[in-house]
Structures are given as C-alpha cells and as structure tokens.
Design a binder for this molecule. Structure first.
Ligand code: SAM
Length: 149
C-alpha cells in the first residue's frame, strides 16, 4: 500500500493536482461539506485531474424522509474529535434534484448507483471531452502553426 499510495495532507482547494493524471477518483463525504460555489470548484478540479476516460464515484449523505426527522437539509452541526476539541461544521444533504443539477451544471454523465435512507453513491464521468486530457488534446489539434510561437 505504501508503495502505491501517496497521502497528501492539505486544502483541496489549494492543492495543485497534476493534470489528466488519474483514472478514477473517489470523493467520499466531502461534497456535503462544501458550499455550492465550492462544489463548482470540486467538479472543475475533477475535470482537470482525470484522464479523458476517467471516472469518479461520489459517496455522500442523501436527503430522505428518515433524514428529515433529525436534520435540516442544510445546517451547521457540532462535531467533537477524540481529543475533545469541538467544531461547528457545514453539512448539506443531497436529493435527486441536487444530483441532477450536477449533470446540468458540470457537464458530467451520472449514474445513481444507490440512493438509500442515509447514503447515496453516484458514478460518473465528464462528457464531450470536458476532462483535462481530452481538452488538452482538442486544443493541440485545433492549434494552427500560425498560433504557435
Ligand atoms: C466527513 S469527513 C470524510 C472523510 C473520509 N473521506 C471518509 O469518507 O471517511 C470529511 C473530510 O473532509 C475534509 N475536508 C473538508 N474540507 C476540506 C478541504 N478544503 N480540503 C481537504 N479536506 C477537507 C475534512 O477534514 C474531513 O476529513
């Protein structure tokens, strides 16, 4: 495992991910902690770091009748770490309409693999060459000699 994995500790939004370098990305319980504005950055980053045929899997919390008994759809929650420190975190829950919005806004094709009372699993990829490698390729092929330095 150590030889095959690199663990990076840092802010997702500050990290300079290599371009078109990953075949797949697992986004685990992250999107539900970012705002809609940040969500757009997450998808833009996925488009940049995935190879053209790359796929992602989003696992997160979903909005359901059961969930609505105990939570608001968007809320702040208190969390405590093992060392006793307490934090207030931002949390939102995704319904099918939210997920459909990802397809419309971010140029992704999606397949909802599971939509339960607590969790949702959404598999997807970027369509029409939105992923970085395809875009780079398109830019290269559209570049005429006169465009080059
Ligand atoms: C609910 S936890 C999920 C952890 C893990 N992915 C899992 O599924 O068990 C959300 C994680 O997102 C991390 N996180 C939140 N904002 C982040 C950011 N801007 N950059 C990197 N990690 C972030 C938090 O530190 C936390 O570990």
């Amino acid at each position: 495992m150590d030889e095959r994995c690199t663990i990076i500790r840092g802010d997702f939004f500050d990290y300079d991910f290599p371009r078109a370098a990953y075949d797949s990305v697992l986004v685990g319980f992250f999107l539900s902690h970012v705002t809609e504005a940040q969500e757009a950055l997450v998808f833009a980053t996925l488009a940049r770091l995935l190879v053209p045929s790359g796929r992602f899997l989003i696992l997160d919390s979903c909005w359901s009748e059961e969930r609505a008994q105990v939570n608001a759809k968007v809320e702040r929650q208190e969390r405590a770490l093992n060392d006793g420190t307490r934090f207030e975190i931002y949390k939102r829950y995704f319904d099918r309409h939210d997920i459909g919005g990802w397809a419309q806004r971010y140029g992704v094709s999606l397949s909802v693999e599971h939509f339960g009372t607590a969790f949702v699993a959404v598999a997807g990829g970027f369509t029409d060459g939105t992923a970085a490698g395809a875009r780079d390729h398109r830019n290269l092929t559209q570049c005429s000699p006169a465009d080059q330095d």
